[in-house]
Each structure stands twice: as C-alpha cells, then as structure tokens.
Design a protein around this ligand. Structure first.
Ligand SMILES: [Ca+2]
Length: 266
C-alpha cells in the first residue's frame, strides 16, 4: 500500500513537472501558422529597394518607402507591374527613409536619425511639408495607424520595445512597452495595424509578431525563416508588412529582396 502511494506521488509530481515545462515553453513561443499564396518577383538586380515601409493604397497598389543615404525615396508599385516605380520621389542625400503610411488622405514618411516626417499628397506623392518627430521618440523606424472611438491614432516604433501612440497632430499620447510573456521585445521595426491587431517585425530577425497593443502583449509569433532563406539577401533582412483589406491577406518583403510574398496569417 505504502509502495503504491509513493509510486502515485512520484507519478503526479512527474506529470506536474512536465506540464510546467511544456506550459512555459508554449507561453514563450506562441507560434502562428500561415499559408503562402502568390509571389511576385521584382528586378532587384537593377533596381533594388531597401524596403522600410510598406502599405496598401488600394487593392492592387502598394506605397513603399525605401531607405539608405543617397538612395532613399517613396513611390507606389502596382501588383501587376512591380518594377515600375510610380510617382517616385527621391529624398535629399542626407535623409534615410523609414516607415510610411497613408493617413486620412495624406502620405507620411518617417526618416531615421534625421527626425523629420515628410508629408505628401496621396494622389501623386507631391511634397506638402514636414513635421518634427516628438522628442520622446528615440528614432524614426516604423509607422502605421488605427482608429479608436472615431479618433485617428498614429503608431510609431523607434527601435526600442516601445510603440508610441500619437494624435493626428503627431503629439504624443502614450508609449506602450511590448512584452513577449515577460521579456521586452526590442528593435520593433516595420508596422501594420489590421483588424484590431498590430503586426510588427523585429530588426534582424525572421519573424513577425501579432500584438495586442493596449495590453502591450505579443499574441503570436509567425516565423518566416524559410522565406528569408529563399530571399537570400545577406544585405537585407525581413521588413515590409502590408495588409490588403479586400483579400484580408498580407504582402511581406524585405530590404533588397527579389520578391514580395502574399501570405494568409491564421
Ligand atoms: Ca506597413
């Protein structure tokens, strides 16, 4: 009897321990599943774009911001002809282009260390003006927006684990630190807000996080290591997340990548 009780205690202790480890593992790595759909190749041999911002204008046109000093710019590309850069505007050599978005019929483009946000006409990307990045924001990295209770909120990443929420006048409302379980997610980069969820990649890594912004919490992690390998660009990591409202799919790419990839995130 005593032997049987001891065996039972050992069995229960062992099961608890295994569940504990497994539960912790699952918590640390909530892996999101996805399916690849279409892929469109682009001529990166002759016309590489160091993609820093990516968002849809309409169902088949993407706004793209390109980085690097002396090579930065902003343009539209159509999915039917991705090699033609429509309404391309080059930045002055001293600016490094970063995240971009279309917010209430205007186009906004961050710059990296220069702390300027350029504003353009949506139709033809004619330059309208510029705004200074709020002093509490470290650098200009990713840009997207959401509408909360009828109010537009601008969301900016700055290479830290924080997402900064600003009003339409680019005044800072609050900054939220994003945690993956208990670990701050550093180097948050390109952003895309879709259906109440913030999507962000992490500089130099192969995954995209789905984030509950208000809770500051990672909901899922989608690993695109296979895509990064196929892109085969040691000079360019995963960057560029654009959500197509009509098809409810994402198009993702990277810096100097030879293709853009449609993907359905589950
Ligand atoms: Ca984006």
């Amino acid at each position: 009897m005593i032997k049987r009780m001891i065996a039972l205690i050992i069995l229960i202790a062992s099961a608890n321990s295994q569940m504990g480890i497994e539960g912790k593992f699952l918590q640390l790595k909530p892996t999101g599943s996805y399916q690849y759909l279409k892929r469109i190749y682009r001529d990166n041999a002759n016309n590489p774009q160091y993609t820093q911002g990516f968002t849809f204008l309409n169902e088949d046109t993407i706004l793209e911001s390109a980085g690097l000093y002396k090579k930065s710019g902003i343009h539209y590309i159509n999915l039917k002809n991705v090699n033609k850069l429509q309404y391309r505007q080059n930045l002055d050599d001293k600016y490094f282009g970063e995240g971009c978005d279309i917010i209430n019929n205007k186009v906004y483009q961050l710059t990296w260390l220069e702390r300027k946000i350029f504003v353009y006409e949506k139709e033809d990307l004619q330059y309208i003006g510029q705004i200074d990045l709020h002093p509490s924001i470290k650098e200009g990295w990713g840009l997207t927006h959401r509408v909360q209770n009828g109010e537009t909120q601008i969301l900016i990443s700055d290479g830290t684990s924080k997402i900064h929420i600003l009003n339409e006048d680019f005044e800072l409302l609050k900054s939220i630190q994003i945690l993956h379980v208990t670990i701050p997610v550093e180097y948050l980069n390109e952003l895309e807000y879709a259906n109440g969820i913030l999507y962000a990649n992490q500089y130099g890594k192969t995954h995209i996080f789905a984030i509950d912004l208000d809770k500051g919490k990672v909901l899922a992690k989608y690993n695109f290591a296979n895509l990064v390998k196929e892109a085969n660009r040691p000079d360019g990591c995963l960057n560029g997340i654009a959500f197509n409202q009509k098809t409810q799919t994402f198009w993702i790419t990277g810096k100097n990548w030879p293709f853009i990839q449609e993907v359905k995130l589950n």
